[in-house]
Write a protein that binds this ligand. Structure first.
Ligand code: SF4
Length: 306
């Protein structure tokens, strides 16, 4: 084929600009402009900084702080004290049967301190749900905070009556949550404790069945008791998927309380709960969802009584 002078000039220009991949004898091969690195995915005309802002906005949309209330309490170290003979909550009207037709696992977004989503760390993206049982009625009598339990200052939360109906509801709801979300983190127990060995075994079974399930929380069952030792065994087997700490002690997987507010970030080898520490400095915004210390680390954690 005879090429025109105009076409020859065009080919020369393409060669000069590096746009020719290969020119076989008699064939002109003008290639698309070469791109370096990742293929361009930005819409035409969008600058790099606009693209960064667009990606950040999309990320924030999928993983945002969904808390309905964002003001957390400032711990004052002045707990309300229950009567000496109390064996359950001082708000008995807030104890409900699990068969009431209402989910027993609550979206953490309704709890300003906990939050509904894990926003950082290895569980980033997990949905957080909470379970609240009746304080004292489900706890070991040996609990050091029997009379000063922080449930004394919580008149509003519903406490689920423990027993077979609760366990059936938990199994059903966990199956549903784990079928919906790849990662689910349950806060055990906002109030209350592992009330029997069989109830602990239920959680062990659920963790076996649902690989995306994780739990965190605290127990007053001390090592050396049947339930306390059972908890330690499950934690040793499952690690951070079963991040249950022993209250009233320091050391690995420990947690304890102090009676007065503090400006310190550490007490001995324990870290002051970052949410409480922030609230005592007058700062808001810190919550479990953007902290994660309880389930991501075995460092002891110290709380101020409230
Ligand atoms: S240490 Fe972090 S994760 Fe644990 S209770 Fe405090 S804010 Fe929540």
């Amino acid at each position: 084929m005879k090429i025109s002078a105009e076409m020859a000039e065009m080919i020369q220009r393409a060669v000069a600009e590096g746009r020719v991949e290969k020119v076989a004898p008699g064939v002109s091969g003008i290639a698309a402009p070469k791109t370096r690195g990742r293929p361009r995915t930005r819409p035409e005309g969008e600058t790099a900084s606009e693209a960064r802002a667009r990606r950040a906005a999309a990320k924030a949309e999928t993983l945002r702080d969904r808390r309905r209330f964002k003001t957390t309490a400032v711990p004052m170290g002045a707990p309300r004290i229950a009567p000496a003979d109390a064996t359950g909550t001082i708000y008995p009207a807030r104890v409900l049967d699990a068969s009431a037709g209402e989910p027993v696992l609550k979206d953490g977004s309704s709890n300003a301190k906990i939050g509904g989503d894990v926003l950082k760390g290895p569980l980033r993206g997990a949905r957080i749900y909470t379970l609240t049982l009746e304080e004292r009625a489900t706890c070991p009598r040996s609990c050091a905070l029997w009379a000063t339990c922080y449930g004394n200052a919580m008149p509003h939360p519903r406490r689920w009556r423990h027993g077979p109906a609760l366990e059936t509801a938990i199994e059903r709801e966990i199956a549903s949550l784990c079928a919906t979300y790849p990662l689910v983190l349950i806060r055990l127990h906002v109030l209350g404790d592992f009330y029997s060995f069989d109830y602990l075994a239920l959680w062990t079974r659920l963790l076996d069945t649902h690989p995306g399930l994780h739990v965190f929380g605290f127990t007053a069952w001390a090592p050396g008791t049947r339930i306390g030792d059972g908890i330690a065994r499950v934690r040793a087997a499952l690690g951070h998927r079963f991040a249950i700490r022993h209250s009233g002690r320091t050391g690995r997987w420990g947690a304890f309380t102090i009676e007065a507010p503090t400006a310190r970030r550490r007490v001995g080898d324990a870290v002051v709960c970052p949410e409480q520490a922030a609230a005592m400095r007058g700062e808001q915004g810190r919550h479990c969802g953007n902290c994660g210390l309880c389930w991501a680390s075995d460092v002891p954690i110290v709380f101020v009584e409230h």
